[in-house]
Ligand binder design. Structure first.
Ligand SMILES: Cc1ncc(C[n+]2csc(CCOP(=O)(O)OP(=O)(O)O)c2C)c(N)n1
Ligand SMILES: [Mg+2]
Length: 586
């Protein structure tokens, strides 16, 4: 193919044409003079600009958009404060491996360093939370550098920054708009795949751990074939409950915090673990429920598209730098028709899977409330719902194809056991960055990307205070999402640490709030308060139904103050004080 001929255009036109060439149809942001020259022609390029309430919301929406669609999510803002408002959300997108292209107009090149208006050095701020940083150092390079940001966001599976001195939007240039460059990764090294196949063929109890890479590479079918060939239990990696269909007999549920005990008990028996598309993040394999479940003596085969995570957290026997889908297909090819040690005991293994799943389901059903002394005390005279029972009702009422974004908090974490999906790109948790305020804007972005799928955000009442401003965006732009706000009147996850480590010296953890349903209505959204279990399912269904009319509903769930297991038992220690003044604070 011959290269397209250069054309006369302005840098703004080169930028907007590059967005169009990459299939961009929505951009999130807050209007600003810095990029108004480009914004002006968005409509003519078929691009809808979605104005938000806060730039953090814009970047979270771009993240949700990317996670739901597998395409780029794009956001833009005013130089200086608009850009610094992106920081938290870009860090979250980085850990979620989202191909977010965030466009950062910068102070004009002729005044850089003079300390003029809205000036800050915008590249170092993002250096550690971005996969690629493109800086337009000459307006004539706008198309080239913009295109590279789009290409690298995909290639490196993470945010790419496009930094543009604001005077570089103007000019008279010759530019070539290149078609997107998408580079396949392939299955990985042949010898490593042979070695992995040999190891799997001799395994007596192989277990597959399906990670985010399975979702990103669309490897569902290949992962299923491999699991079925090996009769291997499949666990979801932490917060990737949508990496393997929950309705499949080999599915065991998620590992990690508030995950599935069935998954943990089964992986504990593994002699070979195939970690497919997962970096084996340290938080995702910590002991849970008092159980040290990680199989210390198992051989581990790790497949990941990012070579830097291979063998990083756990020692591995075989590392494969490849695409999860291609690698799974290559393993199936190598194992098909081969004699497999794990076939001999498959009936026994399938029975074990079934038994563990049944036992965990029974336990979950009977686990109607938390049983530690603090929880029993606070729930005793409460007229509100037990969080676990409320979560079970939500689970039962969750519509097929639903997308659920989850925040950081005690109830959101407990929800992990009650979130099951049959389709990839359905669960958008705050992942390793763990910022409160993640879920709602992410659900908004997901809804814009997939308007026909129900979009639901689970948010604690504390985190809701951080993110509720985007109700404005939902009302103004008719983005129909459902927000389930867990009103327990506290920053619960942190309060749990006060209970466990600080002798209940509660400080800054109790919340007084207005009626969140009332607040939603004041924003022009729907708001419903739910305080009876029987109303949970019907309320969710009605709210999801209203999404079709672009209606956003807040379901304010009134729940007790009981608290599930803490996040970071691993990272806290009992207080020690040496100074007399602080003697009592132990
Ligand atoms: C931006 C941000 N600030 C603070 C924290 C620390 N933090 C983690 S969980 C949590 C409490 C969450 O409370 P809430 O949203 O009400 O949910 P709950 O734990 O009560 O279910 C806090 C403050 C955080 N993770 N992110
Ligand atoms: Mg709370």
């Amino acid at each position: 193919m011959t290269a397209p001929a250069p054309q006369r255009m302005t840098p703004s036109e080169a930028l907007v044409e590059t967005l169009a060439a990459n299939g961009v149809t929505e951009v999130f942001g807050i209007v600003g003079s810095a990029y108004m020259d480009a914004l002006d022609i968005f409509p003519a390029a078929g691009i809808r600009f979605i104005p938000v309430a806060h730039e953090q919301g814009a970047a979270h929406m771009a993240d949700g958009y990317a996670r739901a669609s597998g395409r780029h999510g794009v956001c833009i803002a005013q130089n200086g404060p608009g850009i610094t408002n992106f920081v938290t959300a870009i860090a979250a997108a980085y850990w979620a491996h989202s191909p977010v292209v965030f466009i950062t107009p910068e102070t004009g090149s002729m005044t850089t360093g003079l300390g003029g208006f809205q000036e800050t050095d915008q590249l170092p701020i993002f250096a550690k939370i971005t996969r690629f940083q493109g800086h337009v150092n000459n307006p004539r390079r706008m198309a080239e550098i913009a295109a590279r940001c789009f290409d690298r966001a995909m290639l490196e599976m993470g945010p790419a920054q496009l930094n543009i001195p604001r005077d570089y939007f103007y000019g008279d240039i010759q530019a070539v708009i290149s078609p997107p460059m998408r580079i396949g990764r392939g299955a990985g090294d042949t010898a490593a795949l042979d070695e992995a196949a040999a190891l799997l063929a001799t395994a007596k109890f192989p277990v597959i751990l399906a990670g985010g890479g399975v979702i990103m590479s669309a490897a569902s079918a290949e992962t299923m074939s491999l699991a079925e060939l090996l009769h291997a239990p499949v666990c979801n990696s932490y917060l990737h409950n949508d990496s393997f269909p929950a309705s499949h007999p080999l599915w065991c549920g998620p590992l990690g915090y508030q995950g599935s005990q069935a998954a943990m008990k089964l992986i504990a028996q593994a002699d070979v673990v195939l970690a497919l598309g997962t970096r084996l993040g340290p938080f995702g394999t910590l002991p849970q429920y008092g159980m040290e479940y990680w199989p210390a003596n198992a051989r581990i085969i790790q497949v990941d598209a990012d070579p830097r995570v291979l063998g990083l957290v756990k020692s591995i026997s075989v590392g494969i730098n490849g695409d999860a889908r291609a690698a799974a297909a290559a393993l199936v090819e190598r194992l098909q028709g081969r004699e497999l040690a794990c076939s001999a005991n498959k009936t026994e293994r399938l029975a074990k899977i079934q038994a563990e799943k049944t036992a965990w389901e029974k336990e979950l059903t009977e686990w109607t409330h938390e049983r530690d002394p603090f929880s029993l005390e606070v729930a005793k005279d409460s007229k509100y719902m037990h969080p676990r029972q409320m979560l079970r009702e939500l689970e039962k009422a969750l519509p097929p194809h639903a997308m659920v974004a989850t925040d950081i908090g005690n109830i959101c974490s407990v929800a992990n056991s009650y979130l099951r999906f049959d389709q990839p790109r359905s669960m958008f948790a705050a992942m390793s960055f763990g910022n409160c305020g993640y879920a709602f804007p992410v659900a908004c972005g997901a809804k814009v990307a997939a308007p026909d799928r129900p979009a639901i955000a689970y948010v604690g009442d504390g985190a809701w205070g951080i993110s509720l401003n985007e109700l404005l965006t939902c009302a103004r732009e008719k983005i129909g999402v459902t927000v389930v706000v867990f009103n327990n009147g506290q920053w619960g996850a942190e309060k749990k640490n006060h209970v466990d480590f600080y002798s209940r010296r509660f400080q800054a953890v109790n919340l007084t709030s207005p009626s969140w349903a009332g607040v939603a209505r004041a924003f022009g959204c729907e708001g419903i308060t739910v305080d009876r279990l029987a109303d949970v399912g019907p309320a969710l269904q009605a709210a999801v139904h209203a999404q079709a009319d672009g209606k956003c509903t807040v379901l304010e769930m009134m729940v007790t103050q009981e608290l599930g297991d803490p996040f970071r038992r691993d990272a806290l220690s009992k207080p020690v004080r040496y100074l007399a003044k602080y003697r009592d604070y132990v």
